[in-house]
Design a protein around this ligand. Sequence first.
Ligand SMILES: *Cc1c(COP(=O)(O)O)cnc(C)c1O
Length: 224
Amino acid sequence: MAIKENLLRIRENIEKTCLLCGRDPREVKLLAVSKTFPISSILEAYEAGQRDFGESRVQEFVPKYQQLPDLSWHFIGHIQKNKLNKLLDTEVFIHSVDSLELAEKISEKALERQKVVKVLLQVNIDDDPSKFGFTSEGLLQNIEKILQLKGIAPTGLMTIGALHKDPKETRASFAKLRGLRDALSEVTKHEFPELSMGMSGDYHEAILEGATIVRVGTGVFGQR
Ligand SMILES: *Cc1c(COP(=O)(O)O)cnc(C)c1O
């Protein structure tokens, strides 16, 4: 029962934040990050109206997907090249395209399967050496090449916020991602409407800075 109440509370928080900054709550998708949690927890969230779920490890995601193929699945973890075939045999929105090489591989394998995969480009917005992702400069340099890949459709950017003590700093990182998105749109004349940013501890700040997808794990399912 806790999952249902958690979802209600988070949806309420999202609405409050949207009201505060004059956004329409329907612009913000809640992604329930179900990694490490069993199918029974996913079903409990589904019963409470949740439809979008996120997973971060291919070997955990694929069996869950096979059991519940009709949910709206998002992949949010770093992808090892040797797991790509398994991942692309599913229907999934990939948030974690973190290099040009990976973008090329995904595109190639998508085309082999005669499909186009919806993706987000992951940015290491704070240049944290422990995180994956394009640097801002790297993405600006490679964006034209990425847009030429026929097997992927990049619809926006994703980042993982740094763990700052001060929420103002967290918010500044999210503002940077939005700024980068605007710059990319400007130079490419291509729209990147989606911003996947904000987790259990910082989705409020992310929404204030324009998040369209917030990825909440602990807040929905409890401690891992
Ligand atoms: C685990 C994870 C989340 C969810 O984190 P919580 O703090 O549990 O909300 C969000 N995004 C990514 C990329 C993750 O790996």
